[in-house]
Design a protein around this ligand. Sequence first.
Ligand code: IPE
Ligand code: IPE
Ligand code: MG
Length: 594
Amino acid sequence: MPRIRETVSEGRTDTTLRAAYRVCRRTTRTQYPETYALIRLLPPVLHPACWAVWAAVNALDDLVDDRDAAAAERTARAESWIAALEADLASGTSTDPIRHALVDTAAQWHVDLSALRDGMLVMRDDVQRSFDDWAQWRVWSRGHVVPTFDLLRSLLGRAGVPVVVRLDRQASYERFLDGTRLVESLTDLAADLDDGHRLLLPREILEQFPGAWDDLRQRRWSTATAALVAELTGIARRWVAQPGLTDGMHPGIAIAVDAAADLLLAQLDAVEAAGSALLHSEARPSRATRARIFVPARIRSALAWSLTPVTVPPTRRRPTATEPRSTARPAPGTTTFNPPPRHPSGCRPPQIAPEAMPTHVAIVMDGNGRWAEQRGLSRSEGHRAGVAALHEMVHGALEISLPHLTVYGFSTENWRRDTEEVEGIMSTLRKALDDDPFRDLYVHLRWSGRPEKLPTDLVESLRHKETTTRTRTGLTCTLCFNYGGRDEITRAATALARAVKAGDLDPDFIGEDDFARHLALADLPDVDLLWRTGGERRTSNFLPWHATYAELHFTSDYWPDVDRRDLWRAVIEYSHRHRRHGSTRPAPTSTTDQ
Ligand code: IPE
Ligand code: IPE
Ligand code: MG
């Protein structure tokens, strides 16, 4: 994950960063007012990120479109811009304001820019591109448009409002994106003609209108050109108007998508109304038309977002002790989070290919007692020391964007220990919860286990934390406390028996899914990697249902001695394992779906 270079003083970093986002905002507002208006329909907390993405994509587009430079020169400039972005991502900052804002957006929202970079590589090669037919055009168009839209979707997902495209609407969604590209080609026809070779349309359609291409190049508004433009406008209209596209989407997102469709249709109206003027200037909808689309959309959108709690990712650093916390009040329904503090060594998280990443890592945090005994301390001291190691794991998990971390803190069998030790463990947990170390982190803390026998205040505290952090979609950290795997299975069996007794389930048709649905944490995904510290090679009644296909990893260090680097090592080792799940072929990716 990119980080701000340490040599940059924090105060200066903040100022430069704010200035960088201002540049992105200004660029978007002045050069792409329609896009700016569309971005305003998204949750306010995402606006800076959207300006950064839009400004970056268009900065590159401008390099590719620069008519004052020769084709090879443009490609080379685009190439070096992309290379600079790579370097900036690695260093976590940039001297270029637009890249600086984009790098910050990626880090702050934990979004991966590799698809966007691939889209940029497609743009880089636009200089001398041509297409024989619509199929080739479509491949190019999707390579161009989809990464930007997917990045916007990731940002919305990170904010807790995923853009749901129903499976049966996927083709409509792609057609809609094709429509956005075709509308842009029509709107920018004059500019592309100025560029001589960049009429990005398939030869197939040009050939259907003999003479149209020559007439276009000479800026002649002939019957053939008018017919070609009419045909293209008709195709774009069909692609943009996709009934049912927003079915199942969050109302706020549906409003933005509908406004985008209205805007595209208004652009096509402007293309049709322009006639021969299309060959000399851009066809844009009037201010009045834009107001007709955006004013009501903004009112409805403000209402929709005011009813939706939106999560805000960590800011990139904690305020220093001498620096006052920001007094800016977060928008209603939002909370701000900090990034995890760095490991004292300054080490950076490993880069692991997304498909090789586990979804769910579970840890048996073992060895506290022996760690303490080795030092002549009480076992309770060992448990206290273990808390810091748990913080480390959460920080390390956030840094590699791990979705689920589940830790074993106290088993249903641990009541067999001396009262003094058990009480020590309870008070360690009480203090850890009171200290609230994940308060500013993007972490949903959950609890799995039985309330019976636990002190009531602990149960209340665990439940309270679970509720108050439930919208944090960064890392789900599940604490198994007073947890037993057999107990979990027994309780699921009881729940199933009840369902059968109530006539809701036919015992002859109980499948694994039915069983999983009756587990206390029915949505906990399968464990991909199960790690136990402390040298023992057993699972001790931990997650028997979820870990049946987990990769096992045992290390000998006692729990208080490990830190996030051990987690990263475990994940790296996991990424080299071949998982087959009973098949004879390795599964290409983690088979665990959330
Ligand atoms: C794990 O450490 C924590 C709990 C079981 C609560 P241990 O207390 O089991 O430590 P060892 O295994 O005895 O060293
Ligand atoms: C498992 O460790 C439970 C936790 C880590 C909370 P134990 O130390 O209790 O397990 P055994 O007794 O060695 O199997
Ligand atoms: Mg133990």
